[in-house]
Design a protein around this ligand. Structure first.
Ligand code: PXG
Length: 290
């Protein structure tokens, strides 16, 4: 039996998990999503991800046609159906099927999708040796137009930045906001360490409030770091003692090269290494049981 996908209340075979070409998720990127991980039979920060999904939906005036508890159960059921203990989970809610016009009121039923699959991990060398990132010319969406706090299906801003980074042979892009302040990467939040201070851009510069970001801010205090949300520029990255990215897929990845300059001595720093090890302990012990 192949992989099953939850689609509007039913478990369907992967090959039959299809949606209409009139779905506004496809036609306009009108919808919201979440990426979640399960480790050793527990779904990490499931409730936090569900709350963010409902907040994103509320912000775009999309009513998810089931309760948060109902969607939590459907997520766990999908994992059980596929017998997955370590997984990547993708929740997607679109405006649903409408006509070719923009009008969301023509879409009567939102489409609800839960995909669970085996995880693709980043190469272990990223965690041991650190990765390279570049600052790109594509600016992060301005919050007044499309707030980056909304995890919407409109990821073109991030994709354009990713394309630029890859053209520079770097796997990730640092995106600045309109004013030139560092915001985040295309699918990860960014942190720098100066002395014993951990600094990450505040929400108002225009970022997704990462769940891994919040987790790491909590762990940092345990390691004796003081944690500050503050605006900073590329200068502060180039001169930082350490730098790393956080995200559900990436977890915590050290950054050792930025815009072709080695930073932080070209090696993952001691606090970053400590945070990675604390995070790996946490992900095993926490989470909702499948
Ligand atoms: N910023 C952006 C723009 C993101 O999309 C994060 C930060 C990190 O947030 P969390 O809550 O995951 O710590 C994200 C989330 C993927 C993938 O499969 C990852 C994200 C988005 C889309 C795809 O790698 N990251």
């Amino acid at each position: 039996m192949g992989l099953k996908v939850y689609l509007n209340g039913e478990m369907v075979e992967k090959k039959d998990a299809k949606i209409s070409v009139f779905d506004h998720g496809l036609l306009y990127g009108d919808g919201v999503f979440e990426g979640i991980r399960a480790y050793s039979g527990r779904v990490f920060k499931l409730r936090e991800h569900l709350s963010r999904l409902y907040a994103s939906a509320l912000a775009i005036r999309l009513t998810i046609p089931m309760s948060q508890e109902g969607l939590e159960k459907a997520t766990l059921d999908t994992l059980r159906e596929n017998n997955l203990k370590d997984a990547y989970i993708r929740l997607v809610v679109t405006r649903g099927i409408g006509d070719l016009g923009l009008d969301p009121d023509k879409c009567l039923n939102p489409t609800v999708i839960i995909i669970t699959d085996k995880i693709k991990l980043y190469p272990e060398s990223f965690y041991k040796k650190g990765m390279e990132v570049v600052t790109v010319s594509t600016r992060r969406n301005i919050p007044d137009a499309l707030n980056p706090s909304i995890k919407s299906l409109n990821y073109l801003n991030n994709i354009l930045a990713k394309i630029e980074a890859k053209l520079c042979r770097a796997p990730e892009a640092i995106m600045l906001n309109r004013d030139g302040y560092v915001t985040e990467c295309t699918g990860d939040n960014i942190f720098i360490i100066k002395g014993a201070e951990l600094i990450t851009p505040p929400s108002y510069v225009g970022i997704l409030n990462g769940i891994t970001r919040n987790t790491v801010m909590g762990l940092a205090e345990k390691l004796g770091l003081s944690v500050k949300e503050d605006i900073f520029t590329q200068f502060h990255i180039y001169t930082a003692n350490e730098c790393f990215l956080t995200g559900t897929a990436a977890e915590i990845v050290p950054v050792v090269k930025v815009d072709n300059r080695f930073i932080a001595g070209g090696k993952p720093g001691k606090y970053t290494v400590g945070l990675i090890s604390e995070f790996r302990k946490l992900r095993k012990s926490e989470g909702i049981k499948i």
